[in-house]
Design a protein around this ligand. Sequence first.
Ligand code: CO
Length: 183
Amino acid sequence: MLLPIVQYGHPILRKMSEDITKDYPNLDKLIADMYDTMYKAEGIGLAAPQIGKNIRVFVIDATPCEEDYPEVKDFKRVFINAHIIERSEETVKTCEGCLSLPGISEDVERPTWVRIQYVDEKFEQHDEVISGYCAIVVQHEYDHLDGKVFIDYLGALKKRLLKGKLAAISAGKVSTRFRTVLP
Ligand code: CO
C-alpha cells in the first residue's frame, strides 16, 4: 500500500522518534508499505517520520546507485531502533535530496563512516561500521529519527536562497509522483 509522504514544514519531521518493541502492531505490513512507497517515489531511503510515525524505523535500498557507488551493491536493509554510537572524524561532501523536500538537492558534509546498533525485521541485533555511500544514506535517514533534515546543515546564505522553494513545498505547490501530507 502506498503511503502519503510528509512534507517539509510539518512538525512530525521535527520530533524525536522512539524505539519500538517486537510486538509493535503490523510491523511487517508497515515495512512492506514503506518499501512500496519509497520505490514508487524513486527514493533510496525512507524513514518512519516521513510517513507520519515517530518511531525509530527506516528502510534503505541504495542498489540503484551501484553504478556511481559500487559499495551499495546489495545494500537493501531495514533498520529498527537504530542508534549511531560512533562517527568518523573524517568527513566527505555528497549531494543529497529527500522525498520530504522534493526538488531540492544540496551538498552536505558528513562523517565518512558511522558505527550503528540496530535490530533488523526479525529483531536480531546488529552492531556495524558502515562506510562509503552507504554511510551517507544511513546518516540521512537516521537524522529523520532525530527530527533533522539535510538542509539543516547548510549555511545561512544557502538556506536563505532556498526560502522560496521551501515555502512552495510546504504549500503543496511542488508536483510529486506520490501523495503528500502538508504541514
Ligand atoms: Co530524507
